[in-house]
Design a protein around this ligand. Sequence first.
Ligand code: SF4
Length: 64
Amino acid sequence: MKVLVDLNRCQSYGQCVFAAPGVFRFRGEESLEYDHVPDETAAPEVRRAALACPVGAVTLGEDR
Ligand code: SF4
């Protein structure tokens, strides 16, 4: 699974961080960091994060 966040669209609401804290995190006040290719075991929470993002900034792709 691949994760792409459109950081121009991201408003730092943090919903993805709440939904998948193992994959998304803030560095500093509002700089979002995330694992671009998270472990497959994180897939359910990453999907929840994508759904939770109020501005639809989280895009998921399959890498196989
Ligand atoms: S939920 Fe969406 S807008 Fe909020 S920090 Fe995550 S990617 Fe950004």
